[in-house]
Structures are given as C-alpha cells and as structure tokens.
Design a protein around this ligand. Structure first.
Ligand code: MN
Length: 336
C-alpha cells in the first residue's frame, strides 16, 4: 500500500521553478519592464488556463473487430497489441457480449499472467474462475473482478450463460516497472457495492473505480490511477465528467447512439473513441434507446512494452525469463 502511495506522490506535477532575480546586476528600466511583462503574461496565461476548462474532442475513432482467443472463443477486440502505445496505461479491451453463447463455452483454459492487471466486468451470465493459488469462484452479472497478476498468477476463465445469455468485457491494465512484480491480489466487487449516481436528469453513472461527484468507486489503490465508469445517457440528456489533464481517456460504446464531442460525431454500439487532451468529457444521447458507454481514464506510464500473449514486461529478457520459469515450474512466486 505504501509503495503505491509513494508512487503517486512522486508522479505529482512539479511546479515550475523561477531562477532568483538578481537586483544589482539587472535593475535597469528596460529589463525591469520586460520582467514585469513576462510575469504578467505568465500569470494571466496560468489563470486563464485554470478558468477555461477544455472539453476533450475525439482524437481517433475505431470499431471493435472480431477475433479468436483461448480455445476458440470468438470475441470482439476494441483495442490491443496493434494499437500500442496509444492507450497507455491500458493494453487491451475485449468485448465478449454474445450473439451465440456457444462461441464462448470453451473459455480460456489454464494460462499464466505477469506484469499486468486483468479486469473482468460481467453484464450477463457469469465467468467461472479458478487459479493456481487455489482460489475459485465466479464473476456474476453486474459484478467486477480486478485481478492484479503482478509477479504471477496461473488461472482459467470459463464463461457460462445464464438463461441462455452471457456477456461482458475484459480490460488489461499495465503495471509500471516498479510494480510489475508486486504480490498478486484480487478485488472482487459485487454489483450492489458499485455506487450508481443519477448525475443530471436522464444520466446514470456506475462508479466502478475512481471518483465521480461525491461517489468513490469500490476498486481502490490501482497504480494507473484509473477512472472506470459505466455511463447511460437518455435521449437529449447531457453528461459531463471531469478528467485529469495528460491522462489517457477513452470511451467504448455498448448500447444506443450518442455524441461524445462538440463536433457532434454520432457513435454507436462497438465504436471506440480515444480523446485528445483536456479537462472534461461530455456526452449526449440521441436515440430512443439509452446511449451507454464505458468511460476509462488512466495515467500513462511511458515505459517500453515487451508483450507476448498473457505476459507483459518491459524487456525481452524479462519475457524470456517469465516463459522459462513457466516451463520450469517456478513461475509462481507468491501464494503457491
Ligand atoms: Mn486470463
């Protein structure tokens, strides 16, 4: 815990430093006037940028595409390896809402993870889970499992339809070099612990992680300092969320139609939008159906990424070591 707290403190923005003004050597009228002007421009620019909050516009727009994972699971990938490093600190987002649940029943049999966090958010059905530490259970509809693989977890994930339906998402969040080998842990959150905020008339925000208004999401102490909201916006309703400047922010549309920028680009189910920098994100619903999207924000790590399958490290040597340990049976370092 302390590690994470320190990490955040170190990353805080440092204030600009002024060089000491030397009176004797500098104090002639023109230089004084120039300094006063410079200070004036600097101060007014700073207060201007503090007062004028900038709404983020759409940087790039994608659509999730079909892919095959695990033992033959068909799913839609919103982004992944091919988009590196655009979504830093996020690595991947898979959408496994099923038209045909039989596409998913094979699941993802035993596999290792190291250096990342995998986040499973179920909308329908359930995900049965079992790991090398002897944990087993299921992520039921509306629930979330935030698994920090850290130094290593070997697990299997088996989706199960309930009443013939099954669907959810898996997000991969990177860990920085300082935390890749942290102890593995789980945050398992039942749906009734997730605050639901009625923001404006017609806007509903499920706060899974991070802060929205006065609500704080139940997932805590994540190194990437993420916000994770599940947002629903009715026809003509308007949503605004404050986001941190310099953070990566994206939205993945999971229902209805709406707009996410001042240019009023229409986005719909399966569309993915990454925002340019700014202080807030806005959304409006335009269709009869509620406009629903996942909104994610996180602090980029700006570190080299060495990624092979379910293991993501900083260097190829670290990758090779991880796979060697997996073959040798020494992969699990904590909680055998
Ligand atoms: Mn996995």
């Amino acid at each position: 815990m302390n590690d994470i707290a320190n990490f955040k403190t170190e990353a805080a923005h440092s204030e600009p430093k002024f060089s000491r003004f030397s009176y004797n050597s500098f104090l002639t009228l023109p230089t004084l006037r120039k300094s006063v002007m410079t200070a004036y421009i600097f101060i007014s620019f700073r207060s201007y940028s503090l007062l004028m909050l900038q709404t983020r516009s759409i940087g790039r727009r994608f659509s999730s595409r079909e892919t095959v994972e695990g033992a033959g699971v068909r799913l839609r990938r919103a982004f992944g390896y091919s988009e590196l490093p655009l979504f830093d600190p996020f690595l991947m987002l898979d959408d496994f809402r099923a038209d045909r649940p039989e596409d998913y029943l094979l699941g993802v049999p035993w596999h290792p993870h190291r250096g990342i966090e995998t986040v499973t958010y179920m909308l329908e059905g359930r995900m049965e889970h079992r790991d090398s530490m002897g944990n087993s259970g299921s992520v039921d509809a509306g629930n979330i499992q935030w698994m920090t693989a850290g130094s290593g977890i070997i697990h299997q994930e088996m989706p199960k339809p309930v009443n013939g339906i099954m669907g959810g998402f898996q997000l991969w969040v990177n860990l920085p070099r300082s935390h890749k080998m942290m102890d593995p842990r789980y945050q398992e959150i039942a749906w009734d612990r997730i605050p639901v905020v009625e923001a404006n008339s017609g806007v509903t925000v499920k706060v899974i992680c991070g802060k929205f208004g006065d609500a704080i999401g139940p997932v805590r102490d994540i190194v990437a300092d993420p916000d994770f909201f599940d947002v629903s916006v009715l026809h003509r309703a308007h949503f605004t969320a404050k986001v941190k400047r310099g953070y990566t922010v994206f939205a993945y549309v999971i229902g209805g139609e709406g707009i996410l920028d001042e240019a009023e680009t229409t986005v719909k189910n399966h569309d993915l939008v990454i925002f340019s920098d700014g202080d807030n994100v806005t959304a409006s619903g335009i269709g009869i159906k509620s406009f629903r999207f996942l909104l994610l924000s996180g602090r980029p790590f700006h570190e080299p990424v060495a990624w092979r399958g379910p293991i993501v490290m900083n260097t190829d040597a670290e990758l090779q070591q991880a796979f060697q340990e997996y073959r040798d049976g020494t992969f699990i370092q904590k909680g055998k």
